[in-house]
Design a binder for this molecule. Sequence first.
Ligand code: FAD
Length: 489
Amino acid sequence: MSTQVLIAGAGPVGLTMAAELARYGVSVRIVEKAAQRTDKSKALVLWSRTLELLDRSGCGSAFIAAGHKVDAANIVAGNKTIGHVTFADVASPYPYALMLPQSETERLLETHLAALGVKVERQVELMTFADKGDAVTATLRHADGHEETLQTAWLIGCDGAHSTVRHTLGLSFLGDTLQTDWILADIHMSGLPIPDSEIAVYWHEDGVLAEFPIAPGRYRIIADIGRSQGDHPSDPTLDQVQAVVDRRGPGGLRLSDPIWLAGFRINERKVKDYRSGRVFVAGDAAHVHSPAGGQGMNTGMHDAINLAWKLALVCHGAGGSEKLLDSFSVERSAIGEQVLANAGRLTAIAVMKNHTAQMVRNLAAGFLFGLSPVRHRMADTMAEVTLGYPDSPLNGPSAHGLGGPAPGERAAPVAGQTPVGAGSTPRFALFAAPGEAVSALLQTYQNLLEPTVRPPFASGGLWLVRPDGYVACVAKDAVVIADYLRGFT
Ligand SMILES: Cc1cc2nc3c(=O)[nH]c(=O)nc-3n(C[C@H](O)[C@H](O)[C@H](O)COP(=O)(O)OP(=O)(O)OC[C@H]3O[C@@H](n4cnc5c(N)ncnc54)[C@H](O)[C@@H]3O)c2cc1C
């Protein structure tokens, strides 16, 4: 079989998936039914954790060079700033939110993928497929109408909210469409009394108005405008957006030169299982939610990074393949639930309509945002550095009393150090003091371990860290690590 993995969809998730697999030496094809990349700004934010994960493949700096750094978010109610959450204290080499239109994110990912020798096959649509047990047979339709039948070992549906892969598998997309209409504007704006390195969210009695800087003078504006009317939300005019901004914003704002005006509704849906035999779904194909918190695309890209190293190990003949591949759904579905719940909660709080409830909300929020641990926690949550896999079936033993990160937790990268998971094969990293037992481990498991040991998080312990930067197990004895790794030989 010349294609090990077929990826349907070249949005940010499919592109990330293809790049990670290609980097790890897996032969991939990525097909995309659209003729061109999106030219819309859609998902705007790359959070700290996403930048950390991109850094593993050496392409993070291109994103940082192209993006606009935002270091704080303000919540304003009744002309008073009741919350100021700064990202500067997020414990990451990237303590900020990087604003970058999705069109640019996709362009940079596609450039990175091309450098790895993989070209997106445009105007090629996945029509149908069948999982035969030992391979997947897929039917692709090309631009000239001819159909190609392809055998692939694995198929990954990164084909968005209306996923052909999800439909063909018959996976239920459980959840709701919220009955509120929203407007979105990607627009030029002047007069904001807040630096263009900060986000502003206005809680007004009519609803919410949020302003995200995209670049100097250019902003994303979103606002809820009331109960849904008709089958589809209509796109706003510049005057309508200006009127909402005048009423809910700080006053004196001047909008001009819209780049994109759109109406939208929020869907909150998710599949239960992200894997069915040789087929996977990731990104919007598996979960869609409110844009509040800006987590949708980031979560999808993390899905891709989670699956890619596991699938690469399996493609390279690792043992324990079922356990590895099943863990993708367990780990990412739990994160999907969390992100859905958080985004839903943020949206519900922002769009409260009852006047008394709004007053209580504003008072409670004013109090809570006054507490520095709450502000820190919120910044860390948005930056996605607190996410982890505490209940993962891949978590190995955890020696007590050592301190340092536990199995399932993120091993925070250190600025200037090669990230775990970098390089051309997926390898675990060992954080331990050098010694005979450690050298023997490196020798025995050289296919699974980075060749160099890294300093331990605390003395007396050994930490085994997965290629996606989460701790696999913690031990006081190298034998425990050897037992864990043996499962993948
Ligand atoms: C108006 C709007 C505003 C948004 N704002 C935000 C935001 O602020 N923050 C945020 O995080 N997210 C936001 N999102 C969501 C974000 O855009 C998505 O989460 C993200 O695009 C998901 O990426 P994906 O790769 O999973 O899917 P998509 O980007 O949808 O990509 C899927 C790709 O698959 C292709 N495809 C579909 N079917 C097939 C097939 N059968 N064969 C081949 N190709 C196929 C499609 O053409 C598409 O290119 C917004 C979305 C919209 C529409």
